[in-house]
Design a protein around this ligand. Structure first.
Ligand code: F6R
Length: 610
């Protein structure tokens, strides 16, 4: 989604801003721009398309200056072209502003301002805000006061950074519903929507909260609320190094992150398994265990891939903990006036911790009295800060737009949660120990599947020209079928559907012929016989079967056209293994189709608008 970078200090701003924009490229964007205070004037350069286009434009006329702002846009209001790209300026050209989020009442603001003589040149909601600031600025307020006054008129969400040629030593940043972080260097500050644009300059950061505004000078930051009350902010340390956000020799972030999974799954369990007691500990929610044990009802809410992890969590918790669980798309939950029973607990699951719909679902559940716990990856993200308590994934930054390692870490954390609660309810010690051992074995098993990447590549070569794919699974592997299909469609643009295998005969079976590759997750588990019958149904219609099967299952070779083996594990842990070949299959198919897997069309890494 849109990216923000701002710089104030003693160095040349352009290289820092452009490097920051490149670090944010992974979030997805369609145009980019910078504004620099250069020789007492604000100069704006913008381009549609890649950041390299912007770089070319800048290189034609260098822009000296050490105060500036830069932005990557992901269009919501107005076509993705040069005019609509940020930064936006006011009528006088004194002000420049970048904005993430949506100004919902922009049309009313614009009409009023036009009546006062303001000239608009873009189709964006953002332009209304810069003219509104101008209105207050021209009335004798300083920049700080003008921004504060304008924001009090605004409905919607924003992360903004504003500069003025009349105040060359000031940069203003403000946040409501869209993340902003201030990197605190030595007499310099880098402001960004994501720490990845800051980490090469400093590891000391302060996260702005909603309704906070920072007045950043070259040697000092003052943070106040929009109501002008001073806030005492802590400075926190970014907990990872630069190499975590670089490709380290891999062609794509997505491949790097798929390959990292033996490590990230281990990191999700580190210090959390108590082998001798056959249970787990989750420090972040230790004070909430009672609410969890006695919860009459649990809700899991998320979007996209995280929602698929939640579905697996539902199966796990209901089977082992025997509490009723409901899984809800956050985007539906937030608007449908759900019933929240007294004592209900909701888990919100999110890699980024910034997904707008998930945040809104969290707020709605809190409003209705539920305890809300987070399962998220990004440390210090809004969900991490605003949930009652939570568990981190510790998967490190996920840069690839298609979520891979976060998914397996989410499912691993849900397995730990299940184990912890089940052991406090009705699971015996010996079964607990068996589960601990099975969880410990997962990283090695994942590594073994990854070693088999050449087989998966060959299958990709056989099918990459297909127009459609079907993914089938049952039980714990039904959500894996959904996730496998999502991976394929989002990065290779092939139409793919995930289905519970038994549902196929209620409709999708009509699609099957010799041109339809059907990926079936058919591990040796309690419903193996059922899924092999579904395979027969596909075969009878000449569909091409790619089976994900358990090592040692030689029988399946007679039925399937291709078999990818995964090591055996406990049934409820199989999704952590079966998704791995499906991630690789989607990756290799996308590469063969020449798709940009790290920046798929129309997609953003972190969906901070609804
Ligand atoms: C798919 C994908 C998305 C995200 C979804 C939620 O590969 O990445 O479907 O899972 O946008 O994002 P988070 O988990 O950050 O809330």
């Amino acid at each position: 989604m849109c990216g923000i970078v701002g710089y104030i200090g003693n160095k040349e701003a352009i290289p820092i801003l452009v490097e920051g924009l490149k670090r944010l490229e992974y979030r997805g964007y369609d145009s980019a721009g910078v504004a620099i205070l250069s020789n007492e004037k604000i100069i704006i350069e913008k381009e549609s398309g890649k950041i390299s286009e912007l770089e070319k434009a800048i290189s034609k006329s260098p822009l000296p200056g050490n105060l500036g702002i830069a932005h990557t846009r992901w269009a919501t209001h107005g076509y993705p072209n040069k005019e609509n790209a940020h930064p936006h300026a006011d009528c006088t050209g004194r002000l420049a502003l970048i904005h993430n989020g949506i100004i919902e009442n922009y049309a009313a603001i614009k009409t009023n301002l036009q009546a006062n003589g303001h000239k608009f040149i873009t189709e964006t909601d953002t332009e209304a805000l810069v003219h509104l600031i101008e209105e207050y600025y021209c009335n004798g307020n300083n920049l700080d006061e003008a921004v504060r006054a304008a924001l009090s008129q605004v409905q919607g969400t924003y992360g903004i950074v504003v500069i003025s040629s009349s105040e060359p030593d000031t940069l203003i940043a403000a946040k409501k519903g869209s993340p902003l972080v201030i990197g605190m260097g030595e007499n310099e500050y880098v402001i960004a929507s994501d720490v990845s644009a800051i980490i090469s300059h400093t590891k000391n950061v302060s996260y702005l909260e909603d309704n906070e505004m920072a007045v950043v000078k070259r040697n000092k930051v003052t943070i106040k609320t929009i109501e002008n009350l001073e806030v005492n902010k802590k400075v926190e340390k970014i907990a990872f190094d630069l190499d975590k956000i670089e490709k380290c020799g891999y062609d794509h972030f997505m491949l790097k992150e798929i390959m990292e999974q033996p490590q990230t799954i281990e990191d999700a369990t580190r210090g959390r398994l108590i082998a001798e007691e056959g249970t787990a500990r989750l420090g972040g929610i230790r004070h909430e265990i009672e609410s969890l044990i006695y919860a009459p009802h649990m809700l899991l809410s998320a979007c996209g891939t995280s929602w698929h992890a939640a579905l697996i969590g539902e199966y796990m918790i209901e089977e082992f903990v025997r509490t009723t669980v409901e899984v809800e798309y956050a985007s539906e939950f937030r608007y449908r006036d759900p019933v929240i029973e007294r004592g209900s607990v909701m888990f919100v699951i999110s890699q980024s911790g910034e997904t707008a719909d998930t945040l809104a679902a969290m707020k709605e559940a809190k409003r209705k009295g539920a305890k809300v716990l987070g399962i998220c990856n990004v440390v210090g993200s809004t969900i991490a800060r605003e949930s009652d308590a939570g568990v981190y994934l510790h998967a490190g930054p996920e840069i690839g737009v298609a979520s891979t390692k976060a998914f397996t870490s989410q499912v691993t954390v849900l397995a730990l949660l299940t184990l912890l609660l089940a052991r406090m309810r009705n699971l015996g010690a010996s079964k607990g120990v068996e589960i601990v051992n099975a969880i410990k074995a997962l990283p090695k098993s994942v590594a073994k599947i990854l070693e088999n990447h050449d087989t998966i590549k060959e299958i990709a070569e056989a099918y990459y020209k297909s127009q459609n794919f079907l993914y089938l699974g049952r039980g714990y592997n039904f959500p894996v079928a959904l996730e496998g299909a999502l991976k394929l469609k989002e990065i290779s643009y092939i139409h793919a559907e995930g289905y519970p295998a038994a549902e196929m005969k209620h409709g999708p079976i009509a699609l099957i012929d010799e041109n339809m590759p059907v990926v079936v997750i058919a591990t040796k588990d309690s419903i193996y016989d059922k899924i092999t019958s579904n395979i027969e149904e596909v075969k009878a219609r000449r569909g091409r079967i790619i089976a994900i099967a358990t090592e040692g299952d030689e029988e399946i070779k007679k039925r399937a056209d291709h078999v990818i083996y995964v090591p055996p594990t406990l049934e409820f842990l199989t999704p952590i293994l079966t998704i791995i070949p499906l991630q690789l299959l989607a990756y290799y198919i996308a590469i063969l189709r020449d798709c940009d897997v790290d920046q798929p069309r129309n997609l953003a890494k972190s969906v901070t608008v609804e």
